[in-house]
Each structure stands twice: as C-alpha cells, then as structure tokens.
Write a protein that binds this ligand. Sequence first.
Ligand SMILES: *Cc1c(COP(=O)(O)O)cnc(C)c1O
Length: 352
Amino acid sequence: MARAWEDKIRKVEPYTPGEQPKDESVIKLNTNENPYGVSPEVKKMAESLEMDILRKYPDPKAEELVKALADYHKVDESQVFVGVGSDDVLGMCFMTFFNSDKPILFPNITYSFYPVWAEMLRIPFKTIDLKPDFTIDINDYKQDNGGIVIANPNAPTAIYLDKAEIRILLEANKDSIVIVDEAYIDFAEDGASVLDLVDEFDNLIVVRTYSKSRSMAGLRIGYAISNKEIIKYLNDVKYSYNSYTMNYPSIKLGSAVIADEDYFRSVLAKIKNTREWFVSQIKEMGYIVLPSSANFVFASPAGISAKEVFEAAKENGIYFRYFNSPGIDNYLRITIGTDAEMERVVEFLKTL
Ligand SMILES: *Cc1c(COP(=O)(O)O)cnc(C)c1O
C-alpha cells in the first residue's frame, strides 16, 4: 500500500555511471578515463600534502586552483568557477541558468546526464534529433528556448562540431544561456575550443573537466569559464547550497597538474596516435567508426551485433560501454587505452 508521504517525495530516474570493476586485470575502456597516470610533478606534490590541515575547512573560494586555471587559460580569476567534477559544475549551471518555462534544448543523442538534471530540477526540455550521420544541425537550434547545452566533441558519438557552427548558434540565441561542455576538447585539434568566444558572447559558458585529458577522474575537478557576471550568478547559487565544494587535496593537486604542460601534451599526443591506429584496425575489420575527436571511438561492428561484442568482451575481461537506446543500440563506445591494451583488444575482436 502506498504510504501517505510517498507523494511528497522528489522521485527521479538517476543517471547510470559506467561500471568500476574491482578486478585490476580488466582492460577498462568503458568510462573514458585516461590510461596514463598523472605527471611525476603531481606525485611529488601529493607526497608533500599536509595532513594536519585536513582538520580545517578548505578555502571556500579555492583561490589557488582558480588562479592556476585563470593563468592557464589567460582569463581573469573572476571568470572561473570550479566544482566537484564537471558534473557538479553542469548541475549548478542547470540550477542557476535554466529557470524559465521555455524548454531547454539539447541533442537527443548526447551526454545522458542532461535529461537527468532537467528532470530532477523540473526544467522543461526538448531534445533535437541528430542528422542521420550523427552530426548536429545548428539550424535546429534557431527556435524559442530556455537555454541550450551542447557537448563538443559530442558524447557518445565523439564527433566535433565546428567552432564556426557554434558561433552561428550563439548569434542566433543571444537571449539564452548556451553551455558548451568541452569534456573531450583536449583530444580535438588545437584551437578547437570556443573558450576565446566568451569575450564576444556574454551568454556563453564553457565547461571543462580534469577527468579525461588530465588523468584525474578520481580527484573530481571540473570548471566553467565565462564572463564575470555569469560566474557571480553561479557562485551565488553554489554558496546557497554548499560552500566548501573543493577539498584541500583537489585544490593543491589540481593546481600542480596545470604546471606540467609538457607531460600533458605528450599524453594527449600518445592517445591521439593510438586512436588513429585503433580506428584503422577496426575499419579493416569492417566496423563503421564515427570520426572521433575524443579519447574514445563510437563504432558499429560488422556481421555481429554490438551487444554480442560487448558481452563477449566483458567475459574476456575487456569492458566497453554499450547503450541500449534507439539509434545507437548497434554501437559500442570504446575508450582509447594504452597501445598494449588496444593491441589486445584488436586481437580479441579478430576472434569474433
Ligand atoms: C565525463 C563527462 C562529464 C563529467 O565528467 P566529470 O568527471 O564529472 O568531470 C561531463 N560531460 C561529458 C560529455 C562527459 O563525457
């Protein structure tokens, strides 16, 4: 029997994160983590962290981290907002900026957390079909809306939407906040980011994460860059909810990692090389592979269903991500691991 308090509850359909198996021998290509660890500089910094400081609250403004990011991206500190992973930053953005009766817009195939936040926060939303080739047609976003979210490169397709297209989208939507989720932008070409457009468009928010390119998913760091008015609105909501989002180790290590640009560049280059090799290998096996600008590929096998490949791989200790959703249910999302891992994956796929 239903209890009386049940109808007072906020009932939600939660996001399903990728599995995190305990078994260390698994080749884990299901959550787009970076296979290479953090730089030696960061390890050194980790050893010097002061444990006694943990009795105190951390800096609520995370100033050291904000400054490191502002310097790195050549923006003012007032233009940077940090949070507990970009999921936290994006959730805060939804809460702060999507507050109208008009629907927010995002593609129907994109990061599957967007509809979850919208539902949880009671934000009306409308999804827009991708084109048959899985690309975004920005003309579809020239309609009345309460805001727009675009992941670029998109997930799980890995396809990059040209900066010139985003500019047109921004021009056409000057009365709405446009969030560009650049979780994977470091794996795209140099200059692919729309970060430099935040000076030109006061409605643009760019969101980034440490979880993929910076090999630090475990620390939970994400950030937004925009103009200082937008960042002030975000901070007002944040300080109305939880003042101390960034913990001391995250502030310290998150700042330290920024300094090691050479290591960062070398890791990105390795992953991109491995990606090109892997794509050529599976294309030879007849796979359809969407053009990837990310650290994963979205691919459809030939002569066997994606679900069968997913299950057989799992049996063999190789984890991919499979989405049982219309339009993408014959695709696998495969994170790019180390060369050795990807060689084993290719060998395995050949056996099917
Ligand atoms: C991984 C991912 C995020 C979230 O990353 P965090 O670990 O919370 O920083 C956000 N958006 C997209 C598109 C992602 O793939």
